[in-house]
Design a protein around this ligand. Structure first.
Ligand SMILES: [Zn+2]
Length: 300
């Protein structure tokens, strides 16, 4: 159980470590039970050094792609979306050969965000109150087109949105795809993108709180969820695997290595302060092997 004192300390720590509370906007009101559900959108076949910088270079590593839904009272929130559906049909055409060579996707049609949430939880994108994206990379923002034409707000940190736009501009001149796939943002104008700066307390009750963890990308954010008496930190790519955090090994792919390392230490400090806090890594094969996916609730 999280004691009140520990929860208070954790929240205070977040503010101290991450700076000022920047965003007061909420996407729903407080109250009600919170439940957390995890999904897997196939795997990426890669090599260890892309996940753990300079570590076991050349060793194959199959990593899960994950995304989450949180039920808060009657409201649903999505954290990330997994890959675009086109990745199941034509990965090289959609992501490009260099990207697929580094991260070869194994994804089926039924792994798409909207199909999984319908099958496992009986909901559709239009039923979701808001979406929070950790960052704009292909395996996190890939299925954001599922929200095109819907009045569902999709929140990113302002710095991440600026970076997405800069990457889209860069692509126009280089024609070279990176982890930001231009086609993922083709329907950008039909999606209710909104930006936040700093800590974003989604329901205003400190139960589901996004907070900046830059380093992997300029505007990366992670998500704190208090569900079923437990505290979860869904790190997204601020912590690929538990080894990254435990050994303080930055990710192989990072916009800024010192900031990536600082994010890992933020998680370590949370764990030191409150060992019951579950740090949830985005792509850790061993961690995810043992974890229950939706329709089961995500439990420690
Ligand atoms: Zn990722």
């Amino acid at each position: 159980m999280i004691t009140r004192k520990r929860a208070w300390l954790l929240c205070s720590l977040l503010v101290v470590v991450l700076g000022t509370v920047g965003t007061l906007a909420t996407c729903g009101s407080g109250g009600g039970d919170v439940k957390l559900y995890a999904f897997k959108c196939g795997i990426l076949k890669t090599q260890t050094q892309y996940m753990l910088k300079d570590t076991r270079v050349g060793t194959p590593m199959d990593i899960p792609v994950t995304f989450f839904l949180i039920k808060h009272g009657k409201d649903w929130v999505a954290f990330d979306t997994g890959n675009n559906a086109m990745v199941a049909k034509d990965p090289v055409g959609y992501w490009s050969k260099p990207v697929v060579d580094a991260y070869t996707p194994v994804m089926k049609d039924f792994d798409e965000f909207k199909l999984q949430v319908k099958k496992d939880l009986g909901i559709e994108p239009k039923d979701i109150k808001c979406v929070v994206l950790s960052h704009g990379h292909l395996d996190h923002a890939g299925a954001i087109d599922n929200f095109a034409g819907l009045k569902v707000p999709v929140y990113m940190q302002k710095k991440e949105m600026e970076n997405v736009k800069a990457e889209l501009e860069k692509f126009k001149t280089t024609g070279k795809k990176t982890a930001y796939i231009p086609e993922d943002f083709n329907k950008m104008k039909e999606i209710e993108f909104k930006t936040v700066e700093g800590v974003f307390d989604i329901f205003g009750d400190q139960s589901v709180v996004a907070f900046p963890t830059p380093g992997h990308t300029p505007g990366h954010q992670s998500l704190m969820v208090k569900a079923g008496g437990k505290a979860f930190i869904i790190a997204a790519d601020a912590d690929y695997t538990l080894e990254n955090m435990i050994e303080a090994i930055p990710p192989g792919l990072a916009w800024d290595i010192p900031q990536s390392t600082q994010a890992l230490y933020t998680f370590k400090i949370m764990k030191w302060l409150s060992p019951s806090v579950e740090i949830v890594p985005s792509h850790d094969p061993k961690y995810w092997e043992a974890k229950g996916l939706a329709p089961k609730e995500f439990k420690i």
